[in-house]
Design a protein around this ligand. Sequence first.
Ligand SMILES: [Zn+2]
Length: 317
Amino acid sequence: MRQIALSTLFIAAIALFTASPSYAWDDVGHKITGYIAWQRMSPAAREKVVKILRSAPEDSHLSTFFLPYGPQSDEAKKLAYFMLVPTWADIVRDRTFAVRYEKYHHGNWHYDDTFWKLENGKVEFLSGFEEGGQAVPRLVEFEKVIIDPMKTDAEKAIAIAWIAHLTGDIHQPLHTSARVTDLEPKGDQGGNLFQLTPQGTPRDQALNLHWYWDSIVTRNIPYDNGFCDDEYVKSIAEAMMRAYPFEAERAKLTLGKYPDWQTENFQYAPTHVFSPDLKRFETPSDEYRRKAYRLAERQLAVAGYRLGETLNNVFGK
Ligand SMILES: [Zn+2]
């Protein structure tokens, strides 16, 4: 069974590290969101959601992530499964599974960018750009699917997987931001064009601002054994829930108001992401990294709460 678990993670790892633009949170970030959501979900919601996910279309491979064997309790198996579900939308980026890729991968669903520039120290919003991403309209659409009694469980499974992923994505400020500069007149693609390594660094060693933020959790808390296991994810997620308890965040969750979630996360782009100490072609300071992590902690906790409560509202009764 270990082998199956590892191969699943391996597929996920390949999907994540053959990195291309517009990834949001690495698999650690998405698993944290899944873990926190699960803590909020009622027994009824957990039962229903797992049952629906396991009815996913076979060609999506979504149901195969559930590992029914092994010594763990049923509850632990369901949690391990649910933590993988938010990573599925990145796993389907893998082109070696051509059918799955063609049918389920949608690059522009992972973000919803506000175009902006800094003019005399002030944020100026810009319009007229072609592609700003689809995350918000997709969240709206998929919520309609999961509440619709006429939809099949197979349709709802895909909808839940996307909601689980996009709820996480939209809490990464660089998935809501396209900064326009003289160097990036069409926008910086969520910081993908903003390099943090010196000019001329070979592509496979280059680091850009987008990936820096996606992987901010492991930058601050590296794997203790070189491997991202669920215990590692769990300990980080628990710390985030202690730092930002549900009761303190509850009033701000604005469930179903997806444009507001986008606005909330965008506001951190000019202040926390492109803070004055950030320099192109330079490694951000330790202070910048710690500040970025503090923001990510809160946003991941809130993303988990929002996901859990959204699923509770639909499936918890
Ligand atoms: Zn994504």
